[in-house]
Design a protein around this ligand. Structure first.
Ligand SMILES: C[S@@+](CC[C@H](N)C(=O)[O-])C[C@H]1O[C@@H](n2cnc3c(N)ncnc32)[C@H](O)[C@@H]1O
Length: 221
């Protein structure tokens, strides 16, 4: 819950671009520079009718794996409904299952990160299925790319490594806030020291997560 994406794209999209950001818990975000704001909207509820066929670009990040398998397609349909004909959708989601940190045997906290996140989300591999789902919905030019995103000191760009470190720490904090030591078979002490251990590993090892970037275009009929 950083609001990074909307702030970043504002700096590269044309000045006249209007943005609508939403989340079920908008109060979880830090204040954004006006006119940017995050409004309250649940992905499973009806969207405002004025959103229908109204967007040139729809972006959704780090939320789909929280949904049960049966809920994903209806959620994607809602997002697709917001797109104008010819508009693009971009989905960015982590693969919570596949460990890509190195050396893996030394990265105990990173391994716990995978265990914790996989035990919370409904489908840890939801990211790997998104391109097929967009094809199923009849989108054109569907494609995807995976990037193993490095967080911390091993990133070749120190500023991006630092941002990745903060991001991963906040992802860990989010998942710890919705789980417990007991649920992942850890002692209270191990649970409490997990964020610090993860931080240490991000400064010592190559801590990375595989992220899927998936896109598609709404056909012009
Ligand atoms: C890991 S955070 C990602 C936040 C943001 N998309 C980003 O990339 O920084 C997951 C977010 O999904 C939101 N969320 C969970 N279930 C939701 C739902 N049913 N509708 C809308 N947002 C939801 C949570 O409130 C949380 O802010």
């Amino acid at each position: 819950m950083t609001g990074y994406w909307i702030q970043d794209v504002k700096s590269i999209f044309p000045e006249s671009t209007q943005f609508v950001g939403f989340d079920n818990i908008p109060e979880g975000y830090p204040p954004l520079d006006p006119p940017l704001e995050i409004v309250k909207q649940n992905l499973v509820d009806e969207f405002p009718t004025e959103w229908e066929n109204n967007f040139d670009f729809v972006h959704q990040r780090f939320v789909i794996p929280l949904f049960a398998e049966s809920e994903v397609q209806p959620v994607l349909r809602k997002l697709i409904k917001c797109m104008k004909p010819g508009a693009w959708i971009q989905l960015v989601e982590m693969d919570f299952k596949t460990p890509v940190s190195e050396p893996l045997e030394a990265c105990q906290a990173a391994q716990k990160f995978h265990e914790l996140t996989s035990s919370v989300v409904s489908d840890p591999l939801a990211s790997t299925k998104l391109a097929a789902r967009l094809n199923e919905e009849g989108l054109a030019d569907v494609g995807y790319k995976t990037v193993d995103m490095i967080a911390g000191s091993s990133h070749p760009n120190p500023a991006l490594g630092e941002r990745g470190r903060r991001n991963m720490s906040s992802v860990m904090a989010y998942f710890q806030s919705v789980s417990s030591a007991e649920k992942v078979g850890m002692t209270e002490q191990e649970w409490a020291s997990l964020p610090k251990k993860f931080e240490d590993e991000m400064s010592k090892y190559k801590i990375a997560v595989r992220v899927y970037f998936v896109w598609g275009r709404k056909p012009v009929v």
